[in-house]
Design a protein around this ligand. Sequence first.
Ligand code: ATP
Length: 210
Amino acid sequence: MKPLGLFGGTFDPIHLGHLRMAIEVMETFELESLHLLPNKVPPHRPQPLASAEQRLAMTRLAVEAVPGLVVDERELKRPGDSYTVDTLEDVAREFPGRPLLFMMGMDSLLSFTSWHGWQRILELASLAVCCRPGHRLDSDSLDVQLSWRLGEGPVTGPGQILPITTTELAISATDIRTRAKNGQRLDFLLPQAVADYIQASGLYRADKAS
Ligand code: ATP
């Protein structure tokens, strides 16, 4: 059975860094579908500037013509903090027996042992880890509790940590929000439909409440 890909993020906003890595994870692991999971209350970071509805709308616009990418609203519908471990328990119940492959950027792997329930996450899923400019995997940076799990795939079950070489795009949502706030152009950092949405709604603009 092909693994189900899962990609959790704040997506404030979703950008080409996210989308390119999702495509490359799908190709590398021959996934048929990959769920994008916008989170409601991200536990590890400052709260998003865009509302849940706005982030959902942008994620939908980004993937509407991309085969295999599915917007999954389960974290937005669940009350309380959006813990990945709870999401994976829920997905595992919905897709019994299906291997789960949760993807992230290298920056996220380097702080992964601070995540709530990280050991349980690795009982439920394997991790596909993508390159991110400025974040390197070396023996000093990765927690020893994780390093023995490093492998190359294929996905044989939960508990594997599978770094893959992906196109490095130094794009971040933080940078996009700053540009939008300053009234700068966003073209080619995110899908044009998302750039148009941000511009039309005034989202992130210093002179407009979002
Ligand atoms: P922010 O700048 O607001 O922190 P972000 O651009 O890092 O946002 P998130 O929604 O927080 O985006 O990221 C979700 C996941 O995507 C994380 O695992 C992060 O590592 C990964 N990610 C985001 N941007 C990139 C990128 N350009 N290259 C590789 N991984 C990325």
